[in-house]
Design a protein around this ligand. Structure first.
Ligand code: SF4
Length: 339
């Protein structure tokens, strides 16, 4: 279990260049990743195997929060490919949430009443090894403007839909011109009230929260909720805190969802530190997901019984408003299922 908590607080990161430049310069080679992090050669074959299944992608702003040479670093575990990813195990599948069954239009997933999910970008700024969409057919879900019209028509026709959720990939990997256009179309649909954005980009490259993004976010009439994906307190350095402040000032409510991951955050101390650090950054813990059983990520799994015990003990350490809800997503269910 990982108890090594180093709250990174180095002031704004010293990254230079726009977020697009930072993303284009992300580490995408397993050998470079190992070399940059001072890992011995024994890690490289596994990193290459995992990379072939799901490519490495780690921007510098995130890499700089990983302690070189520390193979137990909880941020390293999230980005370093391993041999284990090649294991084929019963119960671990390519599409654990069966999302392919809920796509009435390209780029649109409608699973829950009152809300729909739009795949606003097929790209991510980081490739998380536990990702439940690591096998998602993004090439079939990168709509052109004409195809977006079909998704928008679907939303216009269903007056029960009150919330549009921008997802991906990472929706903020799309450029602001595209996002401003899409949000402009959404806000003209009278029955839509809320815009929710699920993103890891403000954590991975805090400079993504720039003026262009804040401009369209501020100007929409839709209520705004940004759900960040942060799994460990060490992911929140001062640059991330500053990015969160900018989002809040633009009128967004900030929530966080984490995934319970073996050797990343599977201890009461680590989860309590995460909730405390999130609140310092102006973010409320929302969900703690158990792992979706995606092929290649079984080594991250924490059994439900252990997850329940952890969360029961966590209640003895945190006020209720800092307690995330422990949930699982079950295909076909009308909402997340509490565990
Ligand atoms: S940012 Fe989210 S969608 Fe992208 S790889 Fe990580 S977990 Fe998956």
């Amino acid at each position: 279990m990982q108890e090594n908590i180093i709250i990174a607080d180095k002031g704004p990161t010293s990254q230079t260049g726009s977020w697009q430049q930072q993303l284009s310069q992300a580490v995408r080679d397993p050998a470079v990743l190992c070399q940059r992090l001072g890992l011995s050669d024994k890690w490289l074959p596994g990193a290459r195997t995992g990379h072939q299944l799901f490519e490495v992608c780690v921007p510098d702003a995130y890499l700089s929060r990983i302690a070189p040479g520390d193979t137990g670093d909880p941020l390293l575990s999230q980005v370093l490919p391993l041999d284990d990813e090649a294991l084929i195990l019963p119960g671990y599948v390519a599409d654990p949430l069966e999302e392919a069954d809920h796509q009435p239009a390209s780029g649109l997933i409608h699973k829950y009443a009152g809300r729909v999910l739009l795949i606003a970008s097929p790209n991510c700024a980081i490739n998380c090894r536990y990702c439940f969409r690591r096998h998602f057919p993004y090439s079939d879900n990168s709509p052109s403007r004409a195809q977006w019209q079909q998704a928008l028509d679907y939303l216009r026709a269903d007056t029960t839909i009150q919330e549009a959720i921008l997802s991906g990939g990472d929706p903020l990997a799309a450029n602001d011109r595209q996002l401003a256009w899409l949000v402009g179309e959404l806000e003209q649909i009278p029955h839509l009230k809320r815009l929710r954005i699920h993103t890891r980009l403000p954590v991975v490259i805090p400079d993504r929260v720039d003026t262009l993004l804040l401009d369209w976010l501020k100007s929409t009439r839709l209520q705004k909720v940004v759900v960040l994906h942060i799994n460990h307190a060490n992911e929140i350095d001062q640059a991330v805190v500053d990015a969160c402040t900018r989002l809040t000032q633009a009128g967004a409510t900030l929530l966080n969802q984490s995934v319970l991951l073996r050797d990343v955050n599977d201890s009461v101390t680590t989860l309590a530190a995460l909730s405390e650090r999130l609140f310092e950054a102006g973010v409320l813990p929302y969900y703690l997901h158990v792992l979706d059983p995606v092929q290649g990520a079984a080594h991250f799994d924490v059994p439900d019984s252990e997850a329940r015990e952890l969360v029961a003990e966590l209640r003895n350490h945190l006020p209720g408003f800092l307690m995330p809800r422990l949930v699982r997503e079950i295909p076909g269910e009308g909402s997340k299922t509490p565990i």
